[in-house]
Design a protein around this ligand. Sequence first.
Ligand SMILES: NC(=O)c1ccc[n+]([C@@H]2O[C@H](COP(=O)([O-])OP(=O)(O)OC[C@H]3O[C@@H](n4cnc5c(N)ncnc54)[C@H](O)[C@@H]3O)[C@@H](O)[C@H]2O)c1
Length: 251
Amino acid sequence: MSEELTGRRGIVTGGGGGIGLGVARAMIEAGARVALLDREGDGLQRGVEELGDRAIAVTADVTDPAQVGAAVERVRSELGGLDFVVNCAGVRYEASFLDHDLDMWRKTLDVNVIGSFLCSQAAARVMLEAGGGKIVNIASFAGELALRNRVAYCASKAAVIGLTKATALELAEHGINCNAIAPGVTETPLTAHYFQDEERRAAVVSNIPSGHWAMPPDIAGPIVFLCSAAADYVHGVTLFVDGGWVAGKGY
Ligand SMILES: NC(=O)c1ccc[n+]([C@@H]2O[C@H](COP(=O)([O-])OP(=O)(O)OC[C@H]3O[C@@H](n4cnc5c(N)ncnc54)[C@H](O)[C@@H]3O)[C@@H](O)[C@H]2O)c1
């Protein structure tokens, strides 16, 4: 990976594990300093120890505006500015349409949609003063394709795609780019149970034209691009990084 983010400073939410940790690692390899933002937990501390002195840990709940505001201020002061935010924090519950619990529905929207909005809004206020910055939301192929037993999750990720376009529309004139990445199935703690079941593994792979599911570095590379100067003229797009799953739904 080249050094296209040298000197940049940013936040990766959900950085305590899975895709977020992979993204933080790629950002650091590209020259950035990164704040891993996550809920209280071992993952955050372990992540920072693993990534070394260009990473800091910030504990916050993305659904709480006061915690998000304090976290962004802390990052601005400790890293000396804020050039990008990647909204990776997310939750997903599996339940059938007929049995879906309302609390799970609200939590899904709260973390995946409102949490992304709150972090982007707080970050954008800082970026505005500096004359620009990059926001990357993590949508999902499930924002485009319907998946069984994930009605709230699919709705939340379709909302993230809409949030991305509406954010881009208002922030482009301020030099702030907002885009989204829509990962396909990626091996992380969120999806670990898929890979224990041979039938499910085969079903997943049969849908992926490239023939394999993703690992976090597959998702991180395009995010580095969207946070770099090479993407200065890219606004409001959702880039599917799914091994061709969505494109391959034709015949
Ligand atoms: N893994 C996949 O197959 C896949 C596919 C498409 C999209 N995604 C999306 O990618 C993102 C990362 O997923 P992952 O697979 O790495 O999941 P993960 O469960 O490994 O990581 C999610 C992280 O978000 C954090 N988080 C959850 N709620 C939070 C809150 N309120 N405040 C702060 N942090 C919070 C968790 O602590 C965790 O560290 C999610 O938005 C997910 O929907 C994942």
